[in-house]
Design a protein around this ligand. Structure first.
Ligand SMILES: Cc1cc2nc3c(=O)[nH]c(=O)nc-3n(C[C@H](O)[C@H](O)[C@H](O)COP(=O)(O)OP(=O)(O)OC[C@H]3O[C@@H](n4cnc5c(N)ncnc54)[C@H](O)[C@@H]3O)c2cc1C
Ligand code: SF4
Length: 332
């Protein structure tokens, strides 16, 4: 690992100013992804700006519209275990608790989780060709071992997936990412925050180079009390999702009134399943409806060989989660 300097930001303005002053600097959250990438020489910043002391006193607070604000420096464990998150947004608490390990969740921050990078094996292997690491180099995952790779929204430049569980729940909840840069604060809808790879897989988010994530806002969503996060993976713990489903359901006399669905492990970004949601609203809450909606969402899915199984796995997981939600409280 190459040498680097460390500085600590005590205010949001100070952090943004430090980033602008120092070429090749990076924010440091819990360091659970960034330090690994530095050890592998994939990230080589000259300066690390520690932002874990930001968001003082604003850990998790209620917004005037009855939503919640979560500071970017809040640790993943604190979010998952917060009473209001567990009560109002159970899928978010479940998603975080199904990620990583207790020790990592105690270190990892909300901002860092949003910005964590793909787990594509070839991205971490300097001997492999990777367009994300070296634009224009090629992609060894295409035609290589691609069991964990994308089935939706991929390109011929990159078939990597986004590894976060938390972000899948945030996509289903229509969260917004609050950021601050030299031009002032702005708010980015979660579903626009991460990008599909296209020809520029090295650009992963809509965050500008001078911007800091300051908070996540969760809008009020009454029916999110009937929600679930299901993660399907190779091991029962300490493994990333092959496919995950974040879902919420509200029914009235057996008919679907409101629904939210996002998928993880299938694309370069958390995949909000708008086509499936559209197919479900107004239909009867039956297994047939859930399967039809899943078929619509996955109609354009494409496997690359080793990951072909994900297409059927995603459909079955969607049906299974919605059947549980319909039984657990959606059937009103
Ligand atoms: C062994 C292992 C298993 C894991 N398993 C899972 C899993 O199953 N599911 C899952 O979702 N995650 C998993 N993770 C990932 C873990 O959740 C991330 O490493 C973590 O969320 C990153 O948070 P951090 O605060 O440590 O980020 P850091 O490593 O500190 O930073 C990551 C990136 O975010 C940037 N950053 C940090 N804060 C900000 C900010 N406020 N504004 C702008 N940029 C910022 C940094 O500059 C860096 O580029 C795993 C990690 C490990 C090591
Ligand atoms: S899938 Fe993306 S991250 Fe993986 S090797 Fe190809 S370009 Fe790199």
């Amino acid at each position: 690992m190459k040498n680097f300097a460390y500085s600590r930001a005590d205010t949001v303005e100070g952090a943004v100013s430090l980033l602008s002053q120092q070429a090749n600097s990076k924010f440091l959250g819990g360091g659970t992804n960034l330090v690994d990438l530095m050890r592998e020489n994939i990230e080589q910043p000259d300066v690390l700006i520690d932002v874990t002391r930001l968001s003082p006193g604003k850990i998790i607070s209620e917004l005037p519209d009855a939503g919640l604000s979560i500071g970017a420096a809040v640790r993943n464990s604190a979010v998952a275990n917060h009473a209001l998150v567990r009560e109002r947004y159970p899928l978010l608490s479940q998603a975080i608790l199904l990620g990583a390990s207790g020790q990592i969740r105690n270190m990892a921050t909300t901002g860092g989780n949003l910005m964590q990078r793909t787990r594509c094996y070839y991205f971490y292997d300097e001997a492999s060709r990777c367009n994300k690491r070296t634009p224009g180099a090629g992609c060894d995952a295409i035609g290589g071992f691609n069991r964990i790779h994308a089935i939706l929204g991929a390109s011929e430049s990159c078939i990597a997936t986004h590894p976060s569980d938390m972000c899948v729940a945030l996509a289903a909840l229509d969260a917004t990412v609050q950021v601050q840069g030299n031009a002032g604060p702005r708010s980015i809808p979660m579903n626009d925050f991460h990008r599909l790879p296209g020809d520029t897989p090295q650009i992963e988010t809509d965050l500008k180079p001078d911007e800091l994530i300051t908070a996540i806002h969760l809008p009020p969503l009454a029916f999110a009390t009937n929600s679930r996060y299901r993660k399907v993976r190779d091991r029962a713990s300490y493994a990333f999702a092959l496919v995950s489903v974040a879902a919420a359901l509200e029914t009235e006399r057996g008919t679907i009134k409101n629904v939210r669905l996002a998928l993880g492990g299938v694309a370069h970004k958390p995949w909000r399943a708008y086509a499936a949601e559209k197919a479900m609203v107004g239909a009867k809450a039956t297994a047939e409806t859930f399967r039809r909606a899943a078929e619509e969402e996955l109609a354009d899915a494409r496997g690359r060989g080793h990951n072909d199984f994900k297409i059927e796995l995603a459909k079955r997981t969607i049906v299974s989660v919605f059947r549980e939600l319909a039984e657990a409280g959606g059937m009103r």
